[in-house]
Write a new protein. Structure first.
Length: 291
């Protein structure tokens, strides 16, 4: 079993700490899969600036292979954040400059490489939508993070992505349970193999067209939490890794008890993430005048 994060990387700049950290949804999932004992790799575009160099080094230091990624001329993207009462609060985003912002196309060689993984994970921030049909056809399971923004919940966007996705992750802290269940049903109706909603302290729900499973969150003492950066990514990874270990494939969908157990393991992974600085630590001082 192995996992590939395919898509975005970024620097998370915590202005209250004066510290930059490596991150990005697809990077995080690869790192967390490695942390849970699976072989993991990252495939994407790094900038050739100092931040891009630091990002590559941080990913490698986690034991995650990135040797099929490319380095392009341009600036690395930066997300600006601060911590308030243990929760991370997004303040702004500076997109990558130059060719760094252009998605990485899957050449035949890269497609064959991606197809060698048990699970390939991507996201709305990766620009990989056009690659999903060929990637799904090549064989690996595909998970996809739809985030929490309305533009990625429209019928047109769901129709573009869901038919090629085995596991759709939707961040639903902004929705009540009824609306969350309706969104999960919509994602599955439009083609996703299953849809998982994370709802912060309200727990998580998964639906696969046959079974709906619900699990509470494991709440941490707010006074002991470092920050909540990466908790959703950790939940998804813990959930997916549990299913892979249970034998999940397109031919063998998860049994109801496997879904419930995967939710529990996702909650444990998210809980553990609460005590990690930023996505996975490895921070360095932010440039003077940029915090």
């Amino acid at each position: 079993m192995n996992v590939l994060g395919f898509g975005d990387n970024t620097v998370d700049r915590f202005v209250d700490r004066g510290t930059d950290y490596p991150g990005g949804n697809c990077v995080n999932v690869a790192v967390y899969a490695q942390r849970l004992g699976l072989d993991a790799a990252y495939l994407g575009v790094f900038g050739d600036d100092d931040l891009g160099t630091r990002l590559r080094a941080a990913v490698a230091a986690q034991g995650v292979t990135a040797d099929h990624s490319v380095v392009r001329h341009g600036e690395t993207s930066v997300s600006t954040l601060r911590v308030k009462d243990g929760d991370r609060v997004f303040l702004g985003y500076e997109p990558g400059g130059g060719a760094v912002a252009e998605p990485l196309p899957l050449t035949p060689a890269l497609l064959a490489y991606a197809a060698s993984f048990s699970l390939v994970h991507s996201s709305v921030y990766s620009g990989t939508e056009a690659e999903l049909p060929s990637l799904a056809g090549a064989g690996p399971l595909i998970s996809f993070d739809f985030s929490d923004e309305e533009e990625f919940r429209t019928p047109a966007y769901l129709d573009l992505v869901c038919p090629h996705v085995d596991l759709a992750l939707l961040s639903c802290s902004d929705l009540d349970e009824t609306a969350t269940r309706a969104l999960l049903s919509e994602a599955v109706r439009r083609g996703a193999g299953m849809a998982l909603a994370t709802r912060g302290l309200h727990g998580a729900i998964v639906y696969d067209g046959r079974t709906t499973a619900v699990a509470p969150a494991r709440a941490a003492d707010p006074g002991s939490v470092s920050d909540t950066m990466g908790c959703g990514d950790a939940f998804l990874t813990g959930f997916a890794v549990a299913l892979l270990r249970d034998g999940w494939s397109r031919r063998v969908p998860p049994a109801p008890e496997a879904l419930r157990d995967a939710l529990r393991q996702g909650a444990e992974a998210a809980y553990d993430q609460c005590f990690v600085e930023a996505a996975f630590g490895r921070g360095w001082p932010a440039p003077v005048g940029r915090v």
